[in-house]
Ligand binder design. Sequence first.
Ligand code: ADP
Length: 163
Amino acid sequence: MKAIYPGSFDPITNGHLDIIKRSVKLFDELVVVVMENDHKSRVFSPEERIDMIRETTKDLDSKICVDYYAGLIVDYCNIKNIYTIVRGLRALSDFDFEFQFALTNRKLNEKVDCVMLMTSGEYSYVSSSTVRIIAAHGGDTSFMVPKYVEKKLKENYQKGEVE
Ligand code: ADP
């Protein structure tokens, strides 16, 4: 069975990677899809986010592929003919959003179902938004993101490309 793991991945964190590593054990193929999220201010371009996911997952498994989609995830599911969506759950605060996400997508396309993986304890507080805040102030993000992402964050902030 194949699955899709959608998210903004702005940037990919160790928490996302944990979900990816665990998902490839459950599914024959995992498509990690970079989506646009209007509610979040974007820091990295889709190309940069794809590059960071590719670079940090390249040694993991050949069953992972990375893509970008600017539309609705249910439409992407139809294009790919994959109807299982993986999502990660950190704390109770994620539940409300993920509950809405799952039910709305199933309403839009009844073939679509979500599989929720509980975060691993050590990543329960890790989020892209926290990483962005720490990096914006020159703080240490090494315990939240892979080395390659840490480097990209530094480069971006040094160039003044990130707010
Ligand atoms: P974020 O919420 O960090 O901005 P995304 O929108 O890219 O990240 O999230 C994609 C999916 O990954 C969501 O289901 C989100 O709940 C999940 N996720 C994000 N960070 C973690 C984490 N540390 N542990 C488990 N799941 C996570």
